[in-house]
Each structure stands twice: as structure tokens, then as C-alpha cells.
Write a protein that binds this ligand. Structure first.
Ligand code: CP
Ligand code: NVA
Length: 302
């Protein structure tokens, strides 16, 4: 079944203009919230949330976001629903979407969320898959805009695993028109298909020093994503030279910002001195998940 519902499975589901409009709206909604204004365009609307993996930020930001916009969110834990007992994704999508106004999903294979969306009569939002984390990028771009203004032409450095967040960063580089220099250990580069699509705005190296040169922002993420727990020890060895520490930060621009989607593992992908230091904007970034996703919910469910 195909449909014309506006989903948000990757950043490419929205045009560059719409994406920039979302970021500007997120900044406005943040200011309204800080003023204590009541703004409830989603009264009586419900977001269903399906988490097949753990979450703190995504769960709290969507639930609170829906509440602040006048609606509500329900959490469907796969283990307490028929999803965990093997009900087909297609059937679940048809049933749940007949009762709610939007569905946020965090799962493993990206193909699962695509199947779900193809069978949903309401917008489906990607709250992270093995391949992408587009909601994270809305918050990250908002954070850069708040701290530095226009992102066009800025230089970002990604240091670490070529993972789901890295993939969404690569799409963001093309759609928001900034340069992304990626450094990963050999064998942990991002997916070739996503690299090819974004060639005009990315570079890939196995040297972290080279990637951070002239960077306005240095970003990293955990060395072992959810689902890769068995590889933790092996990855610790492979990524040993990819810790964002003070020495690496000193090779970026003097006023470079440090970002991390969190959760972070101090002493592994980043030192405490960097993530808890003056260049870090990680807690502003985490809070912006709420504001950016409120803008997204307003757009898709409003
Ligand atoms: N950054 C992020 O998505 O955090 P959670 O896993 O806590 O949702
Ligand atoms: N790359 C991480 C991001 C967590 C928000 C993971 O997939 O576990």
C-alpha cells in the first residue's frame, strides 16, 4: 500500500526550505515556552510511541512536546503489545494509525519503519533506526544556529563511528549546505550509498587530526551503538585513537563547539574535560530535542 502521508523517516523527506523553516520555528517555540506561553494547536491529538530500543531524550521530548502542544502521547512497549509476539508490521500499522494522529518509532532495521510508514494512514516519525537519526539533527542544527547563526558554509568534523547519527549528519550537510569532514577507524566508515549521495558536502579520512582542521564544530557519538553491545571490547581497541580530547579540540578552530547526541561515555569517545568543558553545548543540544520536535509535530500533525 502506498500513500501520500507526509512521513519523517530521513531528513530527505522534507525540502531544504521546509527544514530551515522547522529550525526557525523551533527557535520561536522555545522562546514561547520560556515565556510561559500556552500554545496548544494539537488539542485532542495523540502520538503513539513505539520503542524497540532504550531511550531517555527521545521518549521524554516527544511525550512532553505533545503535552505542551495540547495533545498526548501513548507508549507502546513492543513487549507488552502484540508487536513483540510477531503481529505483522503491516497489520499493526493499519490498526494503530486508524486510532492515533502520528506514530514515532525507534527500531533496528530501517526497512521496518519503511514498511510501517507504507501501511500507516498517519505520519510516521523516525526516532532512530540502525541507519538514521533525523530528529537528532534537527536539534543539532538548531543548537548551531542559536550559537553561531547561519550554518551555510560552516565546517563540521565527525570523529568516531560512521553510524546512524553520522549518516543523518551527512544528509544534513547536503540539505543545509555545510561541509562535514568525517574521521573513522578503518572499517568503520559510513555506508557507501549514503556517502555517494552526499559526496559534494563530505570528506572521509581515517585521521582525526585531519578532520578537525578548521572545524567550527566537533561531533562524536558512542563507539558501540544499541545492538552492537557484543562488539564493545573489539571496538574499544579499534577506536582507541578516536577519543575527542583537549589535544584534538585544540586542532579545531579556537571557538569550536563540541556536540554529542548523548548518552556519552566519558573516557571513551570523549574526555570529561571536553564534554564538561566550556566548548561543550551538549545539554543545550539535548534540550533542543524538545523544541525541534515540537516544530516537527506541529508541521506533521497540525
Ligand atoms: N540522543 C538520543 O536519541 O537519546 P536517547 O537514546 O536517550 O533517546
Ligand atoms: N548511535 C547511537 C545513538 C543513540 C542516541 C545508537 O544508535 O545507539
Amino acid at each position: 500500500m502506498t500513500n501520500s502521508v507526509q512521513h519523517f523517516l530521513t531528513l530527505d523527506d522534507l525540502s531544504p526550505d521546509t527544514l530551515q523553516g522547522l529550525i526557525d520555528r523551533a527557535v520561536e517555540l522555545k522562546a514561547l515556552t520560556k515565556q510561559g506561553a500556552i500554545y496548544q494547536p494539537l488539542k485532542n491529538k495523540t502520538l503513539a510511541m513505539i520503542f524497540s530500543k532504550s531511550s531517555t531524550r527521545t521518549r521524554v521530548s516527544f511525550e512532553v512536546g505533545m503535552r505542551q502542544l495540547g495533545g498526548g502521547a501513548i507508549n507502546l512497549n513492543p513487549n507488552d503489545t502484540q508487536i513483540g509476539r510477531g503481529e505483522p508490521i503491516e497489520d499493526t500499522a493499519r490498526v494503530v494509525s486508524s486510532m492515533v494522529d502520528g506514530i514515532m518509532i525507534r527500531t533496528d532495521a530501517h526497512s521496518k519503519i519503511e514498511t510501517f510508514a507504507a501501511n500507516s494512514s498517519v505520519p510516521v516519525i523516525n526516532g532512530l533506526t540502525d541507519d538514521y537519526h533525523p530528529c537528532q539533527l534537527l536539534a543539532d542544527i538548531q543548537t548551531f544556529q542559536e550559537l553561531r547563526g547561519n550554518i551555510k558554509g560552516a565546517t563540521f568534523a565527525w570523529v568516531g563511528d560512521g553510524n546512524n547519527v553520522c549518516h543523518s549528519f551527512m544528509n544534513a550537510a547536503r540539505l543545509f549546505d555545510f561541509q562535514l569532514n568525517i574521521a573513522t577507524p578503518k572499517g568503520f566508515e559510513p555506508a557507501l550509498e549514503i556517502s555517494d549521495k552526499n559526496r559534494s558536502h563530505i570528506s572521509i579520512t581515517n585521521e582525526s587530526d585531519a578532520a578537525v582542521e578548521n572545524a567550527d564544530v566537533v561531533v562524536t557519538d558512542t563507539w558501540a551503538s544499541m545492538g552492537q553491545e557484543d562488539e564493545k571490547n573489539q571496538r574499544k581497541v579499534a577506536f582507541a585513537d578516536f577519543c575527542v580530547d583537549d589535544a584534538l579540540m585544540s586542532k579545531a578552530n579556537n571557538d569550536a563547539i563540541f556536540l554529542h547526541c548523548l548518552p556519552a561515555y566519558r573516557g571513551m569517545e570523549v574526555t570529561a574535560s571536553v564534554i564538561d568543558g566550556p566548548q561543550s553545548a551538549v545539554f543545550q543540544e539535548a534540550e533542543n530535542r524538545l523544541h525541534a520536535q515540537k516544530a516537527l509535530l506541529e508541521l506533521l500533525l497540525g
